[in-house]
Design a protein. Structure first.
Lengths: 237, 237
DNA sequence: CGTTTGTTTGAATAGAATCAATGCTGGTGG
DNA sequence: CCACCAGCATTGATTCTATTCAAACAAACG
């Protein structure tokens, strides 16, 4: 996935955006040379390791983020104190669009796999939005992507029994990974928070899949999927 | 809800938009007098009764819709053939934003309660979008609203046990209705499709709530809610 | 090397799905 | 006008599934 990613040493300022390895998949994809002149504030690069928060629910944010590498979870807590992961962000994705509407962040954003992100100050984005129409389409695409992902999350990962949910998640991960191998599968707790099941059920289901040869353990948290077999389980319910 | 709704006789053309009773809550809220001159195509009004489809998943749409009154469900079907209601639209809401990205509709939109909608041809919206910046904010608001509603749907209505889900849905309906009475509650089948439970479980849970005096039947599909009681059930899980 | 943190497994229980039957209501046509 | 029908709602009995509580285990870390 994202074959062309090329992370150089840390830099600041807009200069980097022009030559950014993932620009074509990021928010600034459609910008032209002249547009970058409008960026007068440094775009910082952040490197965060697993477990680190990017922002918190309720914070009055002053920046959006583009994820360059790694993975980030968006979490909402439930009335009873437990947590539910409502979306995952992968390289090229944008985080924190809600600040464009001067709203506080609506999730806790937490790093799941070591991440590199670009911090886009709100003023930069609003200025570009005002001066050039080329950002509009991309912004709309981002919003749309969030809606679509949310819908898939609901129908695919929060419907049906535990076996089906786990199978669909594994397939999703394998597909976006472009191979039948999954490295760095989530903790069982995160699996549960994604699928709306308990960690025990998540653990049991993974174990069951292993016994049924739907999953083969290649190493510590590294699996090979029997895609056809998983598809069958996924389609039952 | 929407106290000021005032549906005149059917009309066509843009003339009506200016004086529309729900304009301040709809997509064209921020438009100014001069902007309406840009609308050269008639805006049709549609009246559809319960059960009628507005559009179908996969259709290559040529219009967005603003809901003036009634209720509409957005449905996605699952691999196993059953259906899941992914969102509800109420007066002032917009349907079919995805056509702005030249994408086919992503749901089946079906009328739940007799509805009146305005059909906004794609060309009208894209033209306005090009000529005036005043639509951008509203569009972004609409997208944002869809995301937020999707997130709430997931955490509120698709998490926890059946009692909690039903309670939270009833509270949601009562709150958006602005009273502790709910008229025209969904069919049990729709309840199930919203909450990800079977129709039998939905029925049983409603019956249980009635026995526990959390709901009082006022008439055919017309209930009064014990809000505090429901809130207690909603918060447990 | 012991402590912490996450994983696995077991047994008991609670919850929901399933299958099946019955009841209710509004609409239709004789 | 009434009898019947179709569609939805309710209820029961049973089976299956997931949660809960508890314990043992494994790996990672200071």
């Amino acid at each position: 996935m994202a074959a062309g990613i090329n992370i150089q040493a840390a830099w600041a300022g807009a200069s980097g955006c022009r030559t950014c390895g993932i620009r074509q998949m990021a928010l600034f994809a459609d910008l032209q040379e002249s547009d970058f002149a409008l960026i007068h504030v440094p775009i910082d690069e952040l490197r965060l390791s697993a477990g680190a928060p990017v922002y918190h629910l309720g914070d009055q944010g002053t920046a959006l983020y583009t994820l360059r590498s790694g993975m980030i979870k968006l979490v909402q807590s439930l009335p009873d104190g437990s947590q539910r992961i409502v979306r995952l962000r992968r390289p090229g994705d944008t985080l924190g669009l809600e600040v464009l509407l001067t709203l506080p962040y609506e999730h806790d954003a937490v790093v799941v796999q070591d991440a590199v992100l670009c911090r886009l100050p709100l003023e930069v984005v609003t200025r570009l939005q005002r001066e050039t129409p080329r950002l509009h389409t991309q912004l709309m695409r981002r919003w749309h992507q969030a809606v679509r992902e949310a819908d898939e999350w609901l129908t695919g990962l929060s419907t049906g029994n535990a076996r089906g949910r786990v199978a669909r998640l594994l397939l999703h991960l394998a597909e976006t990974g472009g191979s039948n191998e999954i490295s760095d599968l989530f903790t069982r707790e995160d699996l549960g928070a994604i699928l709306g099941i308990t960690t025990e059920t998540a653990s049991r289901t993974i174990a069951e899949f292993r016994r049924a040869s739907l999953l083969e353990t290649l190493g510590r948290n590294h699996f090979r999927c029997n895609l056809d077999g998983l598809r069958q389980v996924a389609d039952q319910l």
